[in-house]
Design a protein around this ligand. Structure first.
Ligand code: NAD
Ligand code: ZN
Length: 249
């Protein structure tokens, strides 16, 4: 699947960054933003996932989140999430940076993890930002904040909002230091997250992509696996396992 050069770079790599997007959870049954499901097909996620949309149609946007949350609650991490947990233990330095809000990397057991866009199962006040600890499962409209009466919203980073400076700084640090960068299941168009791929390139990392389709990163990746996340990650893991067996013979 990969060239000889890529395989040798992968086996020698010591500082690895993996960057994931919605595509890694597609095989868990969670729709990506490019292939939404049924009811919501007629809306662009960018039109729903922002503060203005929520303030003008709170019940409607809330219900979209409730639909997405219930899909995630009924699903579970897949083999690709699990393969990344194993990889974390096989490389001296490893950082997983995810754009996903489903929490599946954490659930699978990844520890060296940076979540850029928050977690969809958490809630907070839109005005005072206080976390809202009570369960909102099954509610058809957003509750109000006990402190200030503001609307309760999902604890994700919306379009137009800033990422946590701390998480972004830690991501930039890992990326600027890595020698091998793997982008998995992302269209590479949501900024500033996607800029991490370009940062890796500028810093001289070798970059590969796992995606059954072409993404915006196509021109800068050094090699790619045009297959799904589960197939691509298990291939990379097998290469590592075979290599460590060879060394012990
Ligand atoms: P995207 O929807 O823009 O792109 C998804 C990418 O995944 C596409 O390039 C597609 O070709 C690829 N893909 C589809 N099936 C795949 C598979 N089986 N294996 C590998 N790749 C596959 O998603 P994005 O780039 O992550 O950006 C959109 C934003 O959407 C992110 O900020 C993220 O927070 C949010 N999002 C998250 C989830 C989630 O948490 N599961 C789901 C939808 C959207
Ligand atoms: Zn409040």
């Amino acid at each position: 699947m990969l060239s000889e050069l890529s395989i040798s770079k992968w086996l020698k790599a010591e500082k690895v960054v993996v960057f994931t997007g919605a595509g890694i959870s597609a095989e868990s049954g969670i729709p990506t933003f490019r292939d939404q499901g049924g009811l919501w097909d007629q809306y662009r996620p960018e039109e729903l996932a922002n503060e203005e949309a929520f303030r003008s149609r709170p019940d409607f946007v809330w219900q979209w989140y409730q639909w997405r949350r219930s899909l995630i609650r009924q699903a579970e991490p897949n083999e690709a999430h699990i393969a990344l947990v194993e990889m974390e233990h096989m490389k001296p330095e490893f950082t997983l940076i995810s754009q996903n809000v489903d929490g599946f990397h954490k659930l699978a057991g990844s520890q060296k993890l940076l979540e850029l866009h928050g977690n969809i199962q958490l809630d907070k006040c839109i005005d005072c930002q206080q976390p809202y600890e009570q369960s909102t499962e099954g509610l058809e409209e957003p509750p109000l904040c006990r402190e200030c009466g503001g609307l309760i919203r999902p604890g994700v980073v919306w379009f137009g909002e800033n990422l946590s400076p701390k998480v972004m700084a830690l991501s930039a640090q890992a990326v600027s230091n890595c020698d091998f960068f793997i982008t998995i299941g992302t269209s590479a168009i949501v900024q500033p997250a996607a800029s991490l791929i370009y940062m890796a390139k500028q810093n001289g990392a070798y970059i590969i992509e796992i995606n059954p389709n072409i993404s915006a990163a196509e021109d800068i990746v050094d090699d790619f696996i045009r297959d799904t996340a589960t197939v691509g990650t298990s291939y990379l893991l097998e290469l590592l396992e075979d290599n460590s067996l060879d060394r012990h013979i």
